[in-house]
Ligand binder design. Structure first.
Ligand SMILES: C[S@@+](CC[C@H](N)C(=O)[O-])C[C@H]1O[C@@H](n2cnc3c(N)ncnc32)[C@H](O)[C@@H]1O
Length: 344
């Protein structure tokens, strides 16, 4: 973020303590520690960085302030950062944070909001739309699927779920069960984030130590570059491209065989989208892969084998006389893949 923006902010809307009993940092201090590594490498100026945190529980808030101060004593190079910590609820305090950021950067601060609540009742949809309104705002939202799935059935949770989703259409999900309910809930929440102002969404599934879905992390952005960076991060956690992390498989230790991405699936998606299209610019293919699929890389991994198989070919023009698969190439996808074309 710092590479492209003069001022950046990380806003931890449900911050938790600075450090947990097991001596693990909470998310605000983890982020501060990551920011320090960029400061140490000269890639981020501490004065261009805001760390904002909201926490409702007094003890956790005090612990956060305490750990933050000790952190600055150990790493004085971070003392120039702009901190904005508020004790109170997200609902009460987020407006103050937004005003603070506006005063600092006139609405141009690139802001990353982390929304990591317990349960469903503290994150009204109207606030989400406010957060996602500016161009340079991104949200990482933890949807507690295990709870949402259970609460859907309980009459006392109808009102909180209406507030979280910003409407009552979620009730149709109650007609579904199992994997279908899960995938439709993900699709539904994606559509709510798009409706709130996001352009691109990428979802990461977190499974518990029984390998059952615990929660989903939804990343919402308006920026194609932001989408690409987040997908790169998610590919590092799950190199299969399925965007899942399981405490169960993690507890079994390192896997002997690293899971491989299924590029045949990407090839199917490319054919479905572009079959019969002539001279498709590489940028259009790249944007499709980034925004519409879970994949990131595609040139050597998917297109090259497709060319070898005769599904598509590089269009040669006077501007692009070579058959190389570079960024300027245009690709023609055959209507009947696998058949070679006859040139008259
Ligand atoms: C899941 S924990 C956050 C964990 C933290 N993000 C981390 O990774 O270390 C949720 C936190 O939100 C706090 N909380 C609960 N309701 C809140 C509200 N309405 N506004 C702000 N904080 C709240 C809880 O006290 C708890 O510390």
């Amino acid at each position: 973020m710092a590479r492209w923006n003069p001022r950046i902010a990380f806003v931890d809307c449900f911050a938790g303590p600075g450090e947990y009993a097991g001596r693990e940092f909470g998310s605000p201090i983890l982020v501060l520690d990551i920011a320090r590594k960029f400061v140490d490498r000269g890639l981020l100026s501490p004065t261009a960085f805001t760390l904002a945190a909201i926490e409702f529980k007094k003890r956790s808030f005090e612990n956060l302030i305490d750990r933050y101060n000790s952190y600055l004593q150990i790493h004085p190079q971070m003392s120039g950062i702009d901190n904005y910590f508020r004790h109170g609820t997200y609902e009460e305090m987020i407006g103050h944070v937004q005003r603070h950021l506006n005063e600092l950067g006139g609405g141009k601060v690139a802001s990353f909001y982390f929304i990591d609540p317990f349960g469903v009742s503290q994150t009204p949809y109207s606030l989400l739309s406010n957060l996602l309104a500016p161009d340079k705002a991104e949200v990482l939202f933890n949807l507690m699927y295990e709870e949402v799935n259970r609460f859907m059935e309980a009459p006392e949770f109808e009102a909180p779920l209406d507030t979280m989703f910003g409407e009552s259409h979620w009730r149709a999900l109650r007609e579904l069960s199992g994997a279908e309910r899960k995938s439709q809930t993900v699709q539904y929440f994606k559509s709510r984030l798009i409706n709130a102002g996001a352009k691109h969404i990428v979802v990461f599934e977190m499974r518990n130590d029984h390998n059952a879905t615990d929660y989903f992390l939804f990343f919402a952005t308006k920026s194609m570059r932001g989408l690409e960076v987040m997908k790169e991060a998610m590919w590092q956690v799950d190199p299969s491209g399925a965007f899942t992390f399981s405490d169960y498989t993690h507890s079994l230790g390192p896997m002997l065989i690293t899971p491989q991405p299924n590029y045949a699936h990407l090839q199917d998606q490319l054919l479905h989208r572009f079959r019969g299209h002539r001279s498709v610019p590489m940028k259009e293919i790249r944007d499709f892969v980034l925004a519409e699929t879970s994949f990131l890389r595609f040139r050597n991994e998917a297109l090259k084998p497709m060319i070898a198989r005769g599904d598509c070919y590089v269009e040669r023009t006077s501007q692009h006389p070579s058959a190389r698969l570079d960024a300027d190439a245009e690709i023609t996808f055959l209507s009947k893949p696998g058949t070679s074309i006859t040139l008259f």
